[in-house]
Design a protein around this ligand. Structure first.
Ligand SMILES: Nc1ncnc2c1ncn2[C@@H]1O[C@H](COP(=O)(O)OP(=O)(O)OP(=O)(O)O)[C@@H](O)[C@H]1O
Length: 278
């Protein structure tokens, strides 16, 4: 069988996991950025991947999407690994990577048409979706400008448009809301929730914990390269003492309170002010 042309979502139908990794590890020289990380994400789940700066989130996303080779460990997307069916798998996923990786010398319509064709969409479908996406992202009036002259938020919206043009089954988003205005952010959240209702799996990193709490049903927290929490929001709450998290005695702990309780140990020793600042 030609594994490159096989639809991994069909062959993996019996596997209810959209994403799974076992003992995933990535070293840069002697430094271990991601250390023995294992977790899975069920199909159709809205999953938040959290961690402080430098914890290993982007490195993990790059390995989950086939952009970076793990030092050791395994990754399966829709039940398949990149080794056997990289091209077929990449057609099933959409990615907004950390640096967005746009082609700055193109205009937004040129870029979307290029990405659509690279994903194997026919010309007519690519053109129709390009127009719809530019309209949806409020970028239709910017179609003559080069991407390099876009603002950061405009580039983010374009990167998101490019990540969904082929209708992916699994969507990976590294900080999708960073720099995006409140109006566009509302539209994007609605779009992502609509995708979840249609069975798409979304894996998202964000430092905006209110957004993660509102959108995601399950989360994992990585800290210094190691997975320190994984489960539904209620499972996380059950594992965190309200007292140690400083939450209101009667109310539910917020995700931010749980996050600070889980990764905040040792942070007390960091000076809370700089005496020379007026
Ligand atoms: N190519 C690289 N070479 C050396 N070190 C790297 C490389 N890429 C990442 N790192 C290091 O790995 C660690 C994890 O980085 P990563 O970008 O995954 O963190 P992150 O959780 O996404 O952080 P942030 O929230 O700040 O974006 C950091 O210490 C970073 O400096």
């Amino acid at each position: 069988m030609d594994v490159e042309n096989e639809d991994p979502s069909e062959s993996g139908r019996l596997n209810d996991k959209a994403i799974s990794c076992q003992r995933l590890t990535r070293c840069f020289g002697t430094f271990t950025a991601v250390n023995d990380v294992s977790f899975s994400v069920a199909r159709g789940q809205f999953f938040g991947f959290l961690g402080p700066n430098g914890a290993g989130k982007s490195t993990t996303i790059k390995m989950l999407t086939g952009l970076l080779e793990p030092t050791s460990g395994q990754v399966q997307i829709l039940g398949r690994d990149f080794g056997a069916s990289a091209l077929a798998l990449k057609r099933q996923i959409g990615v907004v990577p950390e640096g967005m990786a746009l082609l700055g010398r193109l205009t937004a319509p040129e870029y979307l048409r290029f990405v659509g064709r690279m994903y194997g969409l026919d010309q007519e479908t690519t053109s129709r979706r390009t127009e719809e996406l530019l309209e949806f992202m409020s970028l239709a009036n910017e179609s003559k400008k080069l991407i390099t002259d876009f603002s950061h938020g405009m580039q983010k919206k374009l990167a998101l448009a490019a990540a969904v043009i082929h209708g992916p089954k699994v969507l990976f988003l590294d900080e999708p809301f960073e720099g995006v205005d409140a109006l566009a952010s509302g539209t994007l959240k609605a779009m992502l929730q609509g995708m979840i209702h249609r069975g798409v799996t979304i894996f998202l990193t964000s430092h905006v914990l209110e957004i993660v709490e509102r959108l995601c049903s399950h989360v994992a927290i990585i800290h210094k390269g190691r997975l320190v929490a994984h489960g539904s929001l209620d499972e996380l709450r059950a594992g965190v003492s309200p007292h140690s998290a400083g939450g209101a005695a009667s109310g539910k702990l917020t995700l931010e309170e749980m996050f600070l309780s889980i990764v905040g140990a040792g942070h007390e020793s960091v000076p809370q002010e700089l005496s020379w600042l007026a």
